[in-house]
Design a protein around this ligand. Structure first.
Ligand code: UGA
Length: 442
């Protein structure tokens, strides 16, 4: 497989796959993006990104124009076209057990394999329970006409939503799990530019590669829950977790990133990944090794309950009949993703307690409305805040960070705000007459 001639197929065109396909074509590869969802493929073909990811629309449009980027729903066409296939489909949480649902990765391999007639490299990028790749590798070889020459490796990705383009074009490391020189060579060719510029390239076995991904997300979740546990203690001890976090951050063994206390983590990755990791450890008989992740999850859930308590206290103990404004629906800023969104979870709970809840988000309104038709929605911050008894800031969009307390004061019924993301300056808001409350601070 020659580097410059390599043709790549990306299977799955969600946040990961669509971003990967556009970025690889931007890097000069011939790329075909494949999805079983015809609507998604139609949108992408016409240059529209089915979700919000900064910078991706431009990249998609440009590369459709260069002719390096195509989309299809046809596995035969993809197999004919590509030398390297990247599996970028989702692995959602299956049920209450927390285990990962592998139906999409399994089906990607099963649909592709029968069309692989010449030597081909297939590389999984989805997040999977350790042990999945070895099973898939055997399945691929068994189903492909090319037999053992259809080889499978695993190369986890680490991109963050909202920074997907940047993280893909400039990854902080490439990990490839394989013992096949051909697989290693193909993946190295894919990232040659980045490796030349200093990106670490690690070759591991399949299991280690799978584990790198989930352990990275487990570590990140743990770091967030650690500082949120300190917030819980700070609240009752009379301390300030923001100052605490700053003081910790100057120890470079600890570092300041992912040490932001607040409403905690959500999204399509961290929550389900730690649960799937625990479920897998259970199956492997090493459950105690990850039992701390149960606490990580519990601390994270308690922040949501605490946020609701603070709001309830502020309005005198009962939500029934009160008007509540929620700023933010996406699980984090610069995204329209509402999967396991702490903001929407809090909004829905408050509504279930009898409040009239109005939500505003700069990007996620449409998705929020679909998932939670019982909530009210406004198309601007000021509209959402009209007549509010309390305002909750639950996703720290720049628009909210920069909100003008005087302007907001002019529309609300009561100047009360719960800053669930520690995104505002308390002194500034209190100076405008607001009752300001935050997590982990007095
Ligand atoms: C996460 C990881 O950061 C990526 O490295 C990984 O590739 C990705 O999952 C994945 O598995 O695909 P993402 O879910 O896009 O990325 O979002 P993050 O930026 O990690 O934020 C996760 C959640 O943690 C958000 O709800 C955010 O509000 C929260 N968070 C983050 C905090 O509460 N405090 C912090 O200090 C940082």
């Amino acid at each position: 497989v020659e580097a410059e001639r390599m043709r790549v197929c990306v299977i799955g065109t969600g946040y990961l796959g669509a971003t990967t396909a556009a970025c690889l074509s931007e890097m000069g590869f011939e790329v075909i993006g494949l999805d079983v969802d015809e609507d998604k493929i139609d949108m992408l073909r016409s240059g529209r990104v089915p979700f919000y990811e900064p910078g991706l629309d431009e990249l998609l449009a440009e590369n459709l124009k260069t002719g390096r980027l195509h989309f299809t729903t046809d596995f035969a066409e993809a197999a004919d076209f590509a030398d390297l296939h990247l599996i970028c489909v989702g692995t959602p949480q299956r049920d209450d057990s927390g285990a990962a649902d592998l139906r999409y990765v399994n089906s990607a391999v099963e649909c592709l394999a029968p069309h692989l007639k010449r030597p081909t490299v297939v590389v999984g990028r989805s997040t999977v329970p350790v042990g999945t790749a070895a099973t898939l590798a055997a399945r691929l070889a068994a189903l492909a006409p090319a037999g053992e020459e259809a080889e499978l490796g695993w190369s986890p990705e680490f991109l963050r939503e909202g920074f997907g383009v940047e993280d893909t074009l400039r990854p902080n490391r490439i990990v490839i799990g394989t013992n096949s020189p051909r697989v290693e060579k193909a993946v190295r060719a894919l990232w040659q530019q980045q490796v030349d510029e200093g990106t670490p390239f690690l070759v591991t076995d399949l299991q280690t590669a799978e584990l790198v991904k989930v352990s990275a997300n487990a570590f990140l979740a743990t770091k967030i829950s650690f500082i949120n546990a300190m917030a819980e203690v700070s609240e009752v001890a009379g301390a300030d977790v923001i100052q605490l976090a700053e003081a910790l951050s100057y120890d470079d063994r600890i570092g300041g990133k992912f040490l932001g206390p607040g409403l905690g983590f959500g999204g399509g990755c961290l929550p389900k990944d730690i649960r799937a990791f625990m479920a897998r450890a259970d199956e492997l008989g090493v459950e105690p090794a990850l039992s701390f992740l149960r606490e990580v999850d519990a601390i994270n859930q308690r922040r949501r309950a605490r946020t609701i308590d603070i709001a309830r206290q502020l309005i005198g103990g009962n939500f029934a009949g009160r008007t509540v404004t929620v700023l933010g629906a996406a699980f984090k800023p610069n995204s329209d993703d509402i999967r396991d969104s702490p903001a929407l979870d809090v909004a829905a709970t408050i509504a279930s307690l009898g409040a009239h809840v109005t939500v505003y988000d700069p990007q996620a309104l449409e998705r929020a409305r679909e998932a939670h038709p019982e909530l009210n929605y406004a198309t601007s911050m000021l509209d959402a805040a009209r007549d509010a008894d309390v305002v909750l800031l639950l996703t720290e969009w720049a628009e909210f960070r920069e909100a003008n307390p005087e302007e907001l004061a002019s529309v609300v019924a009561q100047k009360r705000i719960v800053d669930g993301r520690n995104a505002l300056d308390p002194t500034f808001w209190r100076a405008s007459g607001w009752t300001y409350r935050a997590l982990g601070r007095q």
